[in-house]
Design a binder for this molecule. Sequence first.
Ligand code: SF4
Ligand code: SF4
Ligand code: SF4
Length: 529
Amino acid sequence: MPRIVIDNRQIEVEPGATILDAARRLGIAIPTLCHFAGHPPATSCMVCVVRVNGEERLVPACATKVADGMLVESETDDVREARRAALELLLSDHVGDCEAPCRSACPAHMDIPQMIRHIAAGNLPDAIRTVKQYIALPAVLGRICPAPCEKACRRGAVDKPVSICLLKRYAADTDSESGRPYLPTCSRRTGRKVAIIGAGPAGLAAAWYLLQDGHSCTIFDDRSKPGGMLRDIDDGRLPAAVLDAEIDAIMRLGADYKRRRRVGREIAFDEIRAAFDAVLIAAGQLQKADAAVFGVEYAEKGLRVDRHTLQTSTAGVFAAGSAVVPSHLAVRAAADGRAAAIAISQYLSGAEVTGEPRAFSIHAGRLGDAELVCFAADAVAEDRMEPAGGAAAGFAADEAFREASRCLHCDCRKKDACALRDHACEYDARPGAHKGERRDFAHDASHPAVIYEPGKCISCGICVRITAAAKEPLGLTFIGRGFGVRVAVPFGRSLADGLQTAARECVAACPTGALAFKNGARAPSSGKD
Ligand code: SF4
Ligand code: SF4
Ligand code: SF4
């Protein structure tokens, strides 16, 4: 039996085994896309390359048989670089959006299409749960947010954007008026204490998420009531009762509000630092002189922080919102508050403070007219709904339902189960590394359950092998050559003709969203998004 060493770990494997087999036995993860267990290697994706002693070039682990005495390295810099290059090549003409354009444009990164699916399904509890996972004050923002998401909404290129902001407000108002507004379950108390300086949107949002992580939160503010600058909106858009109701939920979750306590006047910053395990400065816009009281570095326009973790130069002290970069956008401040909460929780747990994990996302960008017609082929023809009672009244239930049905659901059906996306994230692949023409968006929706999007196909051939093994009368095959090779049903026939028995198996094995179930990640049932 040949013995080999992978990353300094020895293993004995049966003759004929591949490096990939041996690595998997050792629990060493080597990425693959075109590998399909039980079938001959395709070596088309080249993301499984490793370094073998004595070999000048990197070799594909899926196709290289072990030999006695082989020394393999699976994580060297050149291996990582080669994998990244292979992924960037695959992404160079990819046509898809991992996340919908509206979500990418939302400063809080709220899962808008998922919220809309819940509303369309009449599932308001899961709609508000989805919203509040990203936005702590949705009824407030539903009234004052300038809705950058709607400017990016793809439906806007068809007729008018989906009324996302009013839909969010509808979910929030319905929840608020239910008599039993949503309160999330909090983790077990950690015994760690966080001081939040400032009760505006950044501070309140941070408290909402820190409390859910089990930390206690004390908010210091010089006003008598929490809300910060939101209390100064006096043009009638934001009734005080709406603000009070959403703040009440944060207080019921356990926040302690210390009113009329201005740091540097009624209470010293050092006193707060000594009494708490972490501090978040969310005190709104600060001039350099005001900032001195916190003893942290000041940059050009606000406190100096790491832009991703929001940590200041002092350990355990974080800053968010306009205290860092002045902005009139409450949604930006609220998003910052959530980002700070994630970093503070990492700090309090003793983990490395890295902030929210960055997800890889590719964007199809603006679709051409013909592509748009194809993309929106099944869209309902309704005009954008204007609330019968006027914008101030918001949507009634039937209006919200009809507006929700206008959404094109632009996010990828396999966004949570795409190996290409996972590997691209792990290897930090840049989607725009190779400039060039991208393919046109197209899809084949002729099959009753499965949809094929050739723009997301990486020509791994797994589906071709499956349909051949399943003896599909037509199946799928490669068409064209070289970089232009594509997978299609032979003779120009439809997907419904090609996949008569093996559709489910092909969807399960396809490493991307090219073959997906029509409702895919879009089933509006879980609420655990
Ligand atoms: S197939 Fe994968 S990489 Fe492509 S859009 Fe879907 S999730 Fe993103
Ligand atoms: S159509 Fe729906 S999913 Fe697409 S961008 Fe607009 S709101 Fe988002
Ligand atoms: S459609 Fe087939 S060839 Fe294309 S990525 Fe999916 S499994 Fe691979």
